[in-house]
Design a protein around this ligand. Structure first.
Ligand SMILES: Cc1ncc(COP(=O)(O)O)c(C=O)c1O
Length: 388
């Protein structure tokens, strides 16, 4: 679970983080504060992808059994250590959206069932649920309150036909961090499945799936994980494996991948059943390199570093007259900080910032920054000095 922390207690700079920063060429040129959109790659990640590509160039298929074994053991073990899961609970997917759809399409729906979704979700989590209408499934919206999703509102929306709650652990627009533990307990009590879109959480904040009552979780590699585009992880709690059925199946959904014509749809006894065919090995090797950096730095330290930077930015921006729009209690803030100038439109400011070498995003009409572990207080100073 997320450690209790406070921006003022954190050490924003340390030698390890300074060294990690050296591996990100973009950090030498720009104050890149847009990791919640697409994170830049480190030299280490690019080298890992290149090494895999060189292997295929030089050896063709010859190392294929090793790629499969290595991905299913060493790489999944490291991802498991990062998120507090067992390797058997992890499947490689191409993005978060695919993971959310595996759940939405995998439930054994009956007409009249319903799924609950907050009204400020990223579209990935909305469309996969809207798409269930053809099976007679009702989408129930939960209204946000000042950018927050309250557990009691989720409870209020539930009834005996509720089968699934699909929700972001951190909201993309304002960074609101949801109370996953309380929502998980509510869902368990009601026999409702819980699916998390965790792309704005993993890589920014520490998470321990083993201590959370969550059935499914997905995150793409291309944001906070600073890993290649086209990589992602789907987590399926071992107790939830048989609660959904793979909707896309292929030769890797079953265990006898070399025994091609012995047709028997006997799913692998782990989350690997959701990998229907060859996975994105080049990207996964890059993802693995990124994961190793997170493990070396330690996720609780990374979390403190990131919350230290957003805390520093919020304090300075307030003094400069900006309005902070992110929910900002210690329990609900994240790696995302959303803020607004009293009069100048966000798009106009973002353009000016780009020209000044500072990258941020505009979401829901507000400016959004999302610093990672390779950022430091000099990036925040550059941001604040360049802002009108
Ligand atoms: C909360 C959230 N979910 C999903 C996505 C899309 O991620 P992916 O491309 O991995 O499906 C985004 C991207 O901005 C996001 O912010």
């Amino acid at each position: 679970m997320l450690c209790a922390m406070n921006a003022t207690e954190t050490t924003v700079r340390s030698d390890d983080f300074d060294r990690a920063r050296q591996d990100f060429p973009i950090a030498q040129r720009r104050a890149y504060l847009n990791n919640a959109s697409i994170g830049p790659l480190s030299n280490r990640v690019v080298a890992a992808v290149d090494a895999f590509m060189a292997d295929v160039r030089d050896n063709g298929r010859n190392n294929y059994p090793h790629w499969c074994r290595h991905a299913d053991t060493a790489i999944k073990d490291r991802i498991g250590r990062l998120i507090g899961a067992d390797r058997s609970e992890i499947a490689f997917v191409k993005n978060t959206t695919e993971g959310l759809a595996i759940v939405a399409n995998g439930v054994d729906w009956r007409p009249g069932d319903n799924v609950i979704v907050p009204d400020i979700e990223y579209p990935s989590n909305v469309y996969c649920c809207m798409n269930l209408k053809r099976w007679g499934v009702e989408l129930r919206w939960v209204k946000s309150r000042q950018g927050r999703i309250l557990v009691e509102d989720l409870r209020e929306a539930m009834d005996s036909r509720t089968r699934l709650v699909s929700i972001s652990s951190v909201q993309f627009s304002n960074g609101f961090r949801h109370d996953i533990a309380a929502t998980g307990e509510l869902c368990r009590d009601r026999g409702v499945l819980l699916s998390l879109d965790a792309i704005q959480w993993v890589g920014a904040l520490h998470i321990d799936m083993a201590s959370l009552p969550v059935d499914f979780m997905a995150f793409g590699g291309h944001k906070w994980m600073l890993a290649p585009i086209g990589t992602g992880v789907f987590y399926c709690n071992k107790n939830a494996l048989d609660k959904i059925r793979p909707s896309v199946v292929g030769y890797h959904s079953v265990d006898k991948s070399e025994d091609h014509m012995d047709y028997d749809l006997d799913f692998r006894p782990n989350a690997g059943r959701f990998e229907e065919a060859l996975v994105n090995f080049p990207g996964i090797h890059g993802l693995d390199a990124a994961v190793q950096t997170f493990l070396e730095l330690g996720m609780p330290r990374v979390t403190r570093h990131i919350l230290g930077l957003t805390g520093l930015a919020a304090d300075t921006l307030k003094r400069k007259g900006y309005e902070i729009l992110s929910p900002w209690r210690d329990s609900e803030r994240s790696g995302i900080l959303s803020f607004r100038h009293p009069s100048t439109p966000a798009d106009e400011i973002a353009q000016r910032m780009r020209d000044a070498g500072v990258d941020l995003a505009v979401r829901a009409g507000a400016l959004r920054i999302s610093p990672s572990f390779y950022n430091n207080s000099s990036d925040i100073t550059r941001l604040v000095e360049a802002l009108p």
